[in-house]
Design a binder for this molecule. Structure first.
Ligand code: NAD
Length: 246
């Protein structure tokens, strides 16, 4: 299937994990892909494999994020995937740690989106997908500020969907649950790792972690023409985690 032939897509944090999965899927289906990543060597290796372009940018620097998006040229598709968590009970966290989370997960997303929107408005077409988390929908013990950033992304997407529907632009949030990314191997290998992974699995109705392919397939659907009547939605890909306790 070549659902993205002729489409130019930028995926932030597309050098590994979920972003890499989405970048690979979009490229496989014909998109011209730009991977925007903090670490160029990692992104370049993936880009070389899939025939994409890699650019180095730390999106928490809003000027740099803006420049990287503008430099990519007019975009049909923007996937705001770059994000991170900094776990810890809220009482033990500090304003510096809050700020770092806000700077990447929100400010970086705002900056990339702000830079991409005018081109989409002019073209009368655009697909924006913000990669959220079930933490933003149902909360997450030990991840309060991360959850707050992901909850804010859902409100951001809905508001942008309202503002830009008239220009043929859809904006949705992918509400991701626990996914088996390479990073989880580190968790598994740690002292309490197996218990932590078991708890993640138990939090889903399907009692397992999701795969990168499952996330990429859902993202690709939402970004495709098949989803042309879907905007402002929180699209869960979390094994049912978002509907209540398992
Ligand atoms: N893995 C999961 O189970 C899970 C669950 C829910 C939500 N998510 C969300 O999915 C997204 C991707 O997560 P992942 O698990 O693939 O993580 P990851 O750490 O494997 O990948 C994140 C990518 O984003 C990049 N990145 C982070 N901060 C950046 C910055 N300031 N500028 C540019 N690039 C930056 C990293 O370099 C990395 O390439 C994140 O937004 C995360 O919050 C992941």
């Amino acid at each position: 299937m070549e659902r993205f032939t002729g489409r130019r897509a930028l995926v932030t944090g597309g050098g590994r994990g979920i972003g890499e999965g989405i970048a690979r899927r979009l490229a496989a289906e014909g998109a011209e892909v730009i991977i925007a990543s903090r670490t160029l060597d990692v992104a370049q290796a993936v880009a070389d494999e899939i025939g994409a372009r890699a650019v180095q940018v730390d999106i928490s620097d809003t000027d740099a994020a803006r420049a990287a998006v503008l430099d990519a040229g007019p975009l049909d598709i923007l996937v705001n995937n770059a994000g991170f968590d900094d776990p810890g009970f809220f009482g033990e966290t500090t304003p510096d740690r809050w700020r770092r989370l806000l700077d990447t997960n929100l400010m970086g997303t705002f900056a990339c989106t702000h830079a991409a929107l005018p081109g989409m408005v002019e073209a009368g077409y655009g697909r924006i997908l913000n990669v959220g988390s079930e933490a933003g929908r149902i909360g997450s013990k030990g991840n309060a500020v991360y959850a707050a950033t992901k909850g804010a992304l859902m409100a951001f997407s809905k508001s942008l969907a309202r503002e830009n529907a008239r220009y043929g632009i859809t904006v949705n949030t992918l509400v991701v649950g626990p996914i088996d990314t390479p990073l989880l191997d580190k968790v598994r290998a740690s002292e309490h790792g197996p218990k932590m992974v078991a708890a993640m699995e138990a939090g889903t109705l399907l009692r397992r972690l999701g795969t990168l392919d499952e996330v990429a397939a859902t993202a690709a659907f939402v970004l495709s023409e098949e989803a042309s009547f879907i905007t402002g939605e929180n699209v869960g890909v979390s094994g049912g985690m978002g509907i209540g306790s398992a």
